[in-house]
Design a protein around this ligand. Structure first.
Ligand SMILES: NC(=O)c1ccc[n+]([C@@H]2O[C@H](COP(=O)([O-])OP(=O)(O)OC[C@H]3O[C@@H](n4cnc5c(N)ncnc54)[C@H](O)[C@@H]3O)[C@@H](O)[C@H]2O)c1
Length: 364
C-alpha cells in the first residue's frame, strides 16, 4: 500500500472549483497536480492561479502522479466522467448528485468495486463541526430518542448568482437534487436510512432568465419542479419534513432534529460552522458549541485519501450518495405520481469523526 500523499486531478474548472482549490491547497495529505475542462482557457486560468498543470481530460487521466480525480462537471455528465476516471485506474470524488439515475449509480459503484477503486461523492459538509457535533450529541442522548426532523431550504433561485444556471433547473438538479443532498445526507447522519417518501411539487414559472454574467437576459426552460414539499419516513419509525424551493422571496435555511427529550437546532447544513441550540422539553434553551473542523469543500477528499491508506470505508461513500439520490429521485417521483414511494436502498449513518480531526494535519 502506498504511503505517499495523494496526487489529485480535477475535471471541471467552473464555479465551484475555486472553493475546492482554495481549501485543498491547505490540506497536506493531498497534492494538487492538474486540472482539465472542455473550456481550455478556464482550466488554464485555474492552473495558473493554483500552480497546477492544465491538461486535456485524456492526458490528466493518463498521468501517473494522479491517484484521485475530482469530478466537478455538471450533473448530466457526472456518470460518464466518473466512469472514465475509474477506467483510467483512479479513484473518484464526484460532486453531487452522484449520477442522474439509480441504475447509473449502481453501475458506477459496481465498476469501482470490480476495479478495487473508490467512488466517493459530495456533499462533505456533514463532516464539518456543526453537523458532526449534532451527530455526536444525538448519539450521546442529548435529545433522547430522535423522533422527527425538519429541513427547509428556500431562495428565489440560483440564476441570481450563477452565470450558467440552466443546468440547475434540469434533470439532476432543481432545488431537490441541487440543495436536497445537504439536507438528506444530514437527515441520514442523524436518523439513519429513509424507508419511504411522499411529496407535493410545484413549478411557479416554466422559463427563467439568467440574471448575471455575460449571458444575462437569456431565457432558459425550467425542466424540473422548482419546489417540492416532502415527507420522509425512516426505518427507525422517525419522520421528517423537507421543503426545497427556488420559488421563495425569502432565503431561509432551517435544520432541526427533535427527540423525546428536546429539539436540537443546527446551522445551515450547506456550511460547516456555527453553534447549535438545544431546546429541552423542560427548562430553558441553551447553546451547544460546535467542535471540530470548519473547513469546507474538499474535506471529504482528505477523508477519502486517508481511508484509502488505512483500508477503511470513506465517510462520504458512494453507497451513502446512492441512498441520498434514491431519496431525492423518490421525492420527484412521488410528486409526479402523487403516491408514497418505497425506497430500494439503505445506508447507515457514517461513523462520526473525532473532535480533533484536522484536514490540515499531515498524516500520510
Ligand atoms: N456552484 C456552486 O455553488 C456549487 C456548489 C456545490 C456544488 N456544486 C456542484 O458542482 C458541480 C459543478 O457546478 P459548477 O457550479 O461549478 O458548474 P459550472 O457550470 O460553473 O462548471 C462546470 C464545468 O465543467 C465543465 N465540463 C462540463 N462537462 C465536461 C466534460 N465532459 N469534461 C470536462 N469538463 C466538462 C464545463 O466546461 C464547466 O467549466 C455540479 O455538480 C454542482 O451541483 C456547485
Amino acid at each position: 500500500m502506498s504511503t505517499e500523499r495523494a496526487g489529485v486531478g480535477i475535471i471541471g474548472a467552473g464555479m465551484i472549483s475555486g472553493m475546492y482549490l482554495d481549501n485543498m491547497r491547505q490540506f497536506p495529505d493531498l497534492e494538487l497536480k492538474a486540472i482539465a475542462d472542455l473550456d481550455l482557457d478556464r482550466a488554464a486560468e485555474k492552473a495558473q492561479s493554483y500552480g497546477m498543470r492544465a491538461q486535456s481530460v485524456e492526458d490528466l487521466l493518463s498521468s501517473d502522479d494522479i491517484e484521485i480525480v475530482i469530478n466537478l462537471t455538471i450533473p448530466a455528465v457526472h456518470f460518464e466522467v466518473s466512469m472514465q476516471i475509474l477506467a483510467s485506474g483512479k479513484h473518484v470524488w464526484s460532486e453531487k448528485p452522484i449520477t442522474l439515475s439509480r441504475e447509473d449509480a449502481a453501475t458506477l459503484l459496481q465498476e469501482a468495486r470490480n476495479r478495487g477503486l473508490r467512488s466517493a461523492c459530495a456533499p462533505d459538509t456533514f463532516l464539518g463541526a456543526a453537523l458532526q457535533t449534532a451527530q455526536r450529541e444525538i448519539l450521546n442522548g442529548l435529545i433522547g430518542r430522535p423522533t422527527s426532523a425538519m429541513g427547509i431550504v428556500q431562495s428565489p433561485g440560483p440564476e441570481r448568482v450563477h452565470p450558467n444556471p440552466a443546468f440547475l433547473y434540469d434533470d439532476g438538479a432543481g432545488p431537490t437534487l441541487d440543495m436536497g443532498p445537504y439536507y438528506v445526507t444530514a437527515f441520514i447522519q442523524m436518523m439513519g436510512p429513509v424507508q419511504r417518501v411522499a411529496s407535493v411539487p410545484s413549478t411557479a414559472r416554466k422559463t427563467r432568465q439568467i440574471l448575471v454574467g455575460p449571458n444575462a437576459g437569456t431565457e432558459f426552460e425550467v425542466k424540473v419542479p422548482s419546489q417540492d414539499m416532502a415527507l420522509l419516513e425512516f426505518a427507525s419509525g422517525a419522520t421528517a419534513t423537507l421543503i426545497t424551493s427556488f420559488e421563495c422571496g425569502i432565503r431561509r435555511n432551517l435544520f432541526e432534529v427533535s427527540g423525546t427529550d428536546g429539539t436540537l437546532v443546527v446551522p445551515n447544513p450547506n456550511f460547516t460552522e456555527g453553534d447549535l441550540t438545544l431546546f429541552p422539553m423542560i427548562g430553558e434553551p441553551k447553546g451547544v458549541p460546535a467542535k471540530g473542523s470548519i473547513w469546507g469543500r474538499g474535506v471529504g477528499v482528505v477523508d477519502l485519501a486517508r481511508s484509502i491508506r488505512s483500508g477503511q470505508e470513506e465517510r462520504a461513500s458512494g453507497t451513502l450518495a446512492l441512498h441520498v439520490l434514491d431519496v431525492l429521485l423518490a421525492i420527484q417521483e412521488a410528486g409526479r405520481e402523487r403516491r408514497w414511494i418505497q425506497l430500494s436502498s439503505a445506508n447507515a449513518a457514517p461513523v462520526p469523526l473525532s473532535e480533533d480531526w484536522d484536514p490540515t494535519a499531515a498524516t500520510i
